[in-house]
Write a protein of this length. Sequence first.
Lengths: 441, 243
Amino acid sequence: MRANLSGWGRFPRLAGDLHRPRDAAAIRALIGQGPVIARGNGRSYGDAAAQPKGTIDMRGMAHMLSFDAETGVLEAETGVMLGDVIAAFLPRGWFPPVTPGTKFVTLGGMIAADVHGKNHRRDGSIGRHVDWVDVMGPDGTVRRASARDNSDLFARTVGGMGLTGVILRAALRLMPVPSGWIRQETVAASNLTEAMDIFETATTRYSVAWFDCLGRGEALGRSLVMLGDHAEPQDLRDVRRAAPYDVPVRRARRVPLDAPGFVLNRHTLRAFNRLYYAAGMKKRGHSVVDWDSYFYPLDAIRDWNRIYGRRGFAQYQVVLPLAASHAGLTALLGAISDAGQGSFLAVLKRLGAQDSPLSFPMEGYTLALDFPVSEAALRLLDQLDAITLAHGGRHYLAKDSRLSPETFHRADPRAAVFARARAEEGCGGAFASAQSERLKI
Amino acid sequence: MTGSVTILGARSDIAMACAHAFAAAGYDLVLAARGAGTLEAAARDLELRHRISVTLRDFDATAVEGHAGFVAGADLPDVVICAVGALAPQEEVQDDVAASVALMRANFEGPAAVLGAYATAMAARGSGVIVGISSVAGDRGRATNYTYGAAKAGFTAFLSGLRNRLAGQGVHVVTVKPGFVATRMTENMDLPEKLTAAPAEVGQAVLKAVEKGQDVIYVRAVWRMIMGIIRLIPERVFKKLKI
């Protein structure tokens, strides 16, 4: 079936053949006819899960297979949604050990992008919590890969953007939690140095900062740092304590249509940033929030990507090595501020060390930004690429929609090694996304 | 346990969506379909997610002589949902008697016969809910799918009559007209997004209709309006339309 294959950013616009297999045999029949790529719920931002010649919609493969109530290991087909995992297992006291900023992702997508959360420094990315994956390779055979068996395949598949084969099933170790609530502390940082100090001394499991992109000079990096831990029952009000995993259901709202281009401009962005900051300043200090509002604030607004209008938007996320982070972030935020291209969402997180064939994280700081697509914004992103390169940083493929292959390979020398290994296994012609073709992976 | 639901024709996407909606609300399930053994993984998945019990039963809706035995062969559920149905392009069935008859049997005779058997058993017990998944295609015959539409129209009329018969006997009958739904059955059709429901919406709508005692539901409200208008078009105009 012909379908829209654009990512969450709706840029670039892509269409092509979308197949929805219901079993492994149907997937096997699609492999080897030309390049294919697996796609989960389409929440990567750019063209990572799109192959116009053949994209495999994995949401038809969404059975949970088993759950071990002793160890918390869930075995499931990879089309299972993260939100469904939470719905099923939080009432039993388990939560995903790592989660991205939306629960509308599939397990397969999470593994392929090796997603991280607000706890990377402490808990690593999702790959650290995966016991094994079943991968269908270029010849249609399925291999189980883990840290022990087929360990090279396992390492390359986690964070491999679907380029090593189709991930059919996986075993994910969930984490026991004391409640469905998060004890949050919001701290205001008046500039980047203060924000980074808060991250470096934080002892909570979760930490994340929201930047006011329009802060300049002394106020560059003005931000709200949000620290969080799973709340213990005694942290909850009496009425909640009896059922610590029950949280009120949030009503989802929808963005009914594409916002016209003029809605987002320098003035509305400035107003938004100011309001958000003021609201955050008011909420400073300690609070207890439910898991859904804490981890997935934007999930409450379905189709929020439409606020960026028809042309879509580009997410930009890079990580800078720890030693170069302060200088690099200063340069990045300065360039954004100078360009007057504020971003609705500018999010900073501290990542820990990780050694993977292609996964995004490295020890340092990661900055994520949203820009409505325009000529000026794309020019700014090229400028940000130069700053990222100069500071030894690299890009997050799950967010990317517009990098040049030259920049990508200069920023990430691992990619050439990955591409070679993939070619040796015969994956090059069998599995490719619009992104891997663009970036020559 | 909230109650028990038997779903006939359980393999379809709409049936599975109903299974998930009722399981999430705490109902135990019986999934009935041809070759029910192949639904093992789906059953395990439902049990894991919702901590309810799922039983599989072999059931062929078109084999009407077996229906009485099927109904008698297990505990009578609180709710029975008939999601049995088949779709075939009009041009493939209109000049093929066997295919045409098979289509009418799958969408009308089979479903009506089995629900008739459930109706008598539930009336004798004095309680129960019968849900029939019919179709907006039954609201008016159109050139593109009138054999299917006629069968669904028959099924809709049957459900209406059943509701009338059972109204004083503690048994409630729900007619569901889903409109376009993005399922395997419609995978290769080009459906308008605003009019097309996800299977999960149908599941939720059916659960709500059962719990609130609704009689006839369209899953997306806009369909009630669309079909209202389509029914109002005079026949001499309608016959020339291509819709």
